[in-house]
Design a protein. Structure first.
Length: 407
């Protein structure tokens, strides 16, 4: 009987902790955004919850969905009551953001779907919300940072959002390419199902370059292959997504052939060439991939008024986590793990706990063929503290560079 009571007490405390987590997230969102309606539900994996909102005037409404600590991946879909899809957010993270615009009286339904995990999910309707989600991760770390999850399989994705256009897709890709500068205008092309097009891209200097293939509204999946002057394959992205991206760091100028193939769907696409912009951290220069990621991370941090600092190189061997103690001052801190070239094709998980062992935040992304997002955990507190950071590898063995960012 005592054991049963203890289990019930533990479950109650765990539920309270999750409730406090999600309450803090909602408070942070409400302080920054004009919330006009909300809904909540406790969802198991692959369950959904719907919130409807009627436009009081001509204009737009945005929806923000987020989950408690047990929710690892939330998908969010906005559609009309007649079933027409307006916009969807199926990124592999624990929150989603969509926006719908229309005339007065339009009823928009927002569907929050738990793709991985279980827990409380909240959906907020934001009056005249912006097209893209504002930066909220700095205020409440674990709520709105990119966190654990896996992307929805392509076969489950449904039709492309009606509001997605090639021009908007290019703009979105440019906005995400922090730390990179576009070279010239984007090249355009058209692909039928299974068709392939070739482009020659001039590499006018040594260093690191990025090539993106960006799908239009009717393209469901692209593959991207880069071939060098000797006919050998240099880089590939075959993750079967609407957008594909590779990074190459040649030692000299020259040219490459880029092969773009439609793996699903048909229609227009764009090819964008970029060069890395900024200086890498000194500690990251010993590895080309870590060097590139340090530039990307530094640009992200500086946009938030933070300065990056390298802590130490570590080794992830796939058998266990490597732990570090990080001293953080009052305010917000970002903790990231930069991958070396050895870790291409694998993934790094980062978990951060406080001195009492309580989980502060985590970032556990899905492995990628070539490039996955940099794992970053955000933590904010009123006082200085010691944080315990654990870094673990999936499907690979190699070095990583632990980096922090602070004001």
């Amino acid at each position: 009987m005592r054991v049963a009571v203890a289990i019930l007490v533990a479950m109650s405390l765990a539920m309270q902790a999750r409730a406090q987590d999600v309450e803090a997230c909602e408070r942070a969102a409400r302080e920054s955004l004009p919330v006009v309606a909300s809904g909540r539900a406790f969802l198991l994996e692959r369950e959904s919850h719907v919130v409807e909102h009627r436009l009081a005037r001509d204009g737009c409404v945005a929806f923000l969905a987020f989950g408690s600590a047990g929710v690892r991946d939330v998908d969010l879909l906005a559609h009309t009551t007649s079933g027409d899809v307006i916009e969807e957010d199926v990124e592999p993270r624990a929150w989603g953001w969509v926006r719908a615009c229309g005339d007065e009286g339009l009823v928009v339904a927002a569907v929050a779907h738990v793709h991985a995990g279980r827990g409380e999910v909240r959906v907020l309707a934001i009056d005249d919300g912006p097209e893209r989600a504002p930066e909220l991760g700095r205020e409440v770390g674990a709520c709105f940072a990119r966190s654990a999850g896996r992307g929805r399989p392509l076969t489950d994705a449904g039709e492309a959002p009606a509001m997605r256009s090639l021009e908007r897709a290019i703009d979105d890709a440019d906005a995400r390419a922090i730390g990179w500068r576009a070279v010239g205008a984007a090249a355009r092309g058209w692909l039928d199902p299974g068709a392939t097009e070739l482009h020659r891209v001039a590499i006018d200097r040594a260093g690191c370059h990025r090539i993106d293939a960006i799908g239009g509204p009717d393209v469901r999946a692209l593959s991207l292959v880069v071939i060098g002057a000797d006919g050998r394959e240099i880089a590939r992205d075959d993750r079967r997504r609407r957008d594909a991206s590779v990074v190459l760091c040649p030692g000299a100028a020259g040219s490459v052939v880029v092969q773009v193939q439609a793996r699903a769907g048909t229609g227009a696409y764009a090819l964008r060439h970029r060069v890395v912009e900024g200086e890498p951290l000194d500690e990251a220069r010993v590895d080309p991939r870590a060097s590139v990621e340090s530039v990307e991370l530094a640009a992200t941090l500086r946009a938030r008024g933070m300065t990056p600092r390298a802590i130490a190189w570590g080794l992830a061997d796939g058998r266990g986590a490597q732990a570090f103690e990080v001293e953080a001052g009052a305010g917000c801190v970002a903790i990231a793990a930069l991958r070396s070239r050895e870790l291409e094709g694998g993934d790094l998980d980062v978990r951060v706990a406080d001195a009492q062992g309580r989980l502060v935040g985590w970032d556990e992304g899905a492995p990628s063929v070539d490039r996955g997002p940099i794992p970053v955990v955000w933590s904010c507190a009123d006082d200085a503290r010691t944080l315990r950071v654990e870094v673990r590898a999936q499907d690979a063995t190699g070095r990583f560079l632990l980096v922090t960012g602070a004001p």
